[in-house]
Design a protein around this ligand. Structure first.
Ligand code: G3P
Length: 226
């Protein structure tokens, strides 16, 4: 399963990249707005962290297929062809997906709240379908289950696609889909850090250090003990 960062804060992205096995960065228009700077300026900086091979996800904001295609061309021209254009799963978006496919531009289906949106995106040739787990939960439905349904429908149909599950608010949502073997998740920095934040882990490590230094000496490590 790929793990991506769902954010456009360059400092946070750099911090997570330094410590975690990350495969890419996803953004959406609201995430870019939070950065408070010109979108392409921020996205170029993110690209330099992700590297030429890493996947970067950037969303089109227009509502008709031809303009979505124009946005996609500019996105790929500016940010490279390992950039995947996020296309909303609405009828005009499906139309745009056919155009993008014709030009060999990589894309995913986004703004997914129902299983059939995800399935149709995969059928249109999207590399990923991005269901919004926590937002679906907030509507009173089961976001993880919707994601599993999309994963199953894609897999059982033999389509060459998979999930980029998004909108996580806690570790349990991420764990459920990790266990299910989905293609990818994209997770905000604080939720990624929360995956390994636990008082028991900190206490275990502190005890190892104090026991070791009790015998080897204050401040000693395996690099400089006797
Ligand atoms: O990009 C879509 C998704 O990640 C949104 O997340 O936290 O705004 O629900 P959130």
């Amino acid at each position: 399963m790929k793990l991506c960062i769902d954010d456009a804060n360059v400092e946070k992205i750099r911090r997570i990249y330094e410590s975690f096995p990350v495969d890419g960065v996803s953004t959406n228009p609201s995430i870019l707005a939070k950065a408070g700077r010109p979108p392409y300026e921020v996205l170029r900086e993110i690209r330099s962290i992700v590297g030429a091979e890493g996947e970067l996800f950037v969303q089109a904001v227009s509502l008709n297929a031809e303009t979505m295609l124009e946005e996609a061309r500019r996105i790929v021209r500016e940010l490279g062809d390992t950039t995947l254009v996020k296309i909303p799963c609405i009828p005009e978006g499906f139309k745009a997906m056919a155009l993008l496919r014709g030009e060999g531009i990589r894309f995913i289906g986004t703004a997914i709240y129902t299983p059939m949106q995800g399935f149709l995106a995969a059928k249109c040739g999207a590399e990923y379908a991005a269901p919004y787990i926590n937002r679906i939960d907030n509507l009173g439905f089961d976001g993880v289950q919707v994601a599993k349904d999309i994963h199953d429908a894609i897999t059982r149909s033999g389509l060459d696609s998979g999930l980029l599950a998004a909108s996580f608010k806690n570790s349990q949502q991420v764990l459920e889909l990790t266990k299910y073997g989905v293609k990818a998740v994209t997770v905000a920095p604080d939720v990624i850090e929360g995956l390994v934040k636990n008082a028991a882990i900190d206490a275990a490590i502190a005890k190892f250090i104090s026991d070791f230094q009790g015998v080897a000496g204050e401040g000693r490590t395996m690099a400089d003990c006797g």
